[in-house]
Design a protein around this ligand. Structure first.
Ligand code: PLP
Length: 405
């Protein structure tokens, strides 16, 4: 296990976040990192290489590629780009976010123990409990905003601390540096699912994490038209293992998917600026609305993780959750009444989406347990898109008026 117990200084953080001057700042890297005009044709955009196999000059002498599961030139461009955005040495792309997360679990052996957040993505929870417990891995789910609870959960067999920040759907903010310290004290790895924040707003490796995972399906793809995942790390041993499992398991993305994500990433910074601006505006107005009991948005001073988020993130993201002063049915009517906000699960596209966790993403949780976790009947989760903010606000106001008695 790597020894990376030191947290970077502010100066180092600044250096990492602005990157190698030759590669440019974040916005420039988003467009150019890993991408040169094609030497043969001059094509400015990376070609989509569809070939499943690659000619060898002599037996065993290839030009960097031999078979497309093992490596594909379009995928390489995406992997180099993702590494550059996270300020990492290495990136690996996968067929989905879950395939990327599965690869991290492939590093573990039976008998190993994992400490994970108690409000992680449902699919991750399912993978841990319903797939890997059968392979004799043990999981403890704890409130990772409570650092003492995390320390108490760690055992000698703990090999991985797994967190998301901000979390889903209550947008809790986890302290990456503190969690990485706890993991490293026991020679465990700290992995952060950075899907909600994206590297534009938060780069977990700068805070001491060993592994960053992404669902490329969300903000990085950005247009709700592709499914993909990624892992990035600075550790050459981890990179070697990720490459091994990527090739051995074979959950790799197709070249068309890689191209779509690359195209999405070019506008990540401008999209995220608008997502954040719209989310901040709507969160502020919702907080003042008489039919809204509570708003969860790290950009609000009323949010318990606001100060930490202000230190750890460059802005507060595009996800806003809020509690209507309404019944389960009224809330269901509200999310059905919105028109600009489409009633759908998922997040991170240019279009606004809305959902009711109690009846949709978190419906599998028994009601009592759901309420205890803070997922009330009136809870609504919105992925705020990049439409005009006044159109979004009008839509919300009208739907509340229609739905809430
Ligand atoms: C969507 C999501 C995933 C899973 O990614 P897929 O691309 O759907 O497999 C994992 N983590 C978070 C936080 C997500 O939002």
């Amino acid at each position: 296990m790597p020894d990376t117990t030191e947290t970077p200084t502010d100066e180092e953080q600044h250096e990492t976040s602005t990157g190698d001057p030759a590669e440019g700042r974040f916005e420039t890297r988003a467009i150019h990192a890993g991408q040169e005009p094609d030497p043969q044709t001059g094509a400015v955009m990376p070609p989509i290489h569809t070939s499943s196999t690659f000619a060898q000059d002599a037996p065993g002498e290839d030009r960097g590629y031999e078979y497309a599961r093992t490596g594909n030139p379009t995928r390489t461009v995406l992997e180099e780009n993702l590494a550059a955005l996270e300020g990492a040495g290495y990136g690996r792309a996968f067929a989905s976010g879950m395939a990327a997360i599965n690869t991290v679990l492939n590093l573990l052996e039976s008998g190993d123990h994992v400490v994970a957040g108690d409000d992680i993505y449902g699919g991750t929870h399912r993978l841990f409990r319903q797939v890997y417990e059968d392979y004799d891995l043990e999981f403890s789910f704890v409130d990772t905003t409570d650092i003492d609870a995390v320390s108490d959960a760690v055992r000698p067999a703990t090999e991985l601390v797994w967190v998301e920040t901000p979390t889903n759907p209550l947008l809790r903010v986890n302290n990456i540096a503190a969690l990485a310290d706890i993991a490293h004290d026991t020679d465990a790895l700290c992995a952060v699912d950075n899907t909600f924040a994206t590297p534009y707003l938060q780069r977990p490796l700068e805070h001491g994490a060993d592994i960053v995972s992404h669902s490329l399906t969300k903000y990085l793809g950005g247009h709700s038209d592709v499914v993909g995942g990624a892992l990035v790390t600075d550790d050459p041993d981890l990179e070697e293992q990720f490459a091994f499992y990527q090739n051995s398991v074979g959950a790799t993305p197709d070249p068309f998917g890689c191209f779509l994500v690359l195209r999405g990433i070019k506008t990540l910074p401008v999209r995220l600026d608008r997502h954040c601006e719209n989310a901040q505006t709507l969160a502020g107005r919702l907080e003042d609305h008489p039919d809204v009991d509570r708003v969860y948005y790290p950009g609000l001073e009323s949010h318990p993780g606001h100060d930490l988020a202000a230190r750890q993130m460059d802005d507060f993201g595009g996800m806003v959750s809020f509690e209507l002063d309404a019944t389960l049915d009224e809330t269901a009517t509200f999310v059905s009444e919105t028109e600009r906000f489409t009633l759908a699960e998922s997040l991170g596209g240019v279009e606004s989406l809305i959902e009711q966790p109690a009846t949709m993403t978190h419906a599998a949780i028994p009601r009592e347990q759901r309420l205890a976790a803070g997922l009330t009947d009136g809870l609504v989760r919105a992925s705020v898109g990049v439409e005009h903010v006044e159109d979004l606000w009008t839509d919300i106001e009208r739907a509340i008026e229609t739905a809430v008695a």
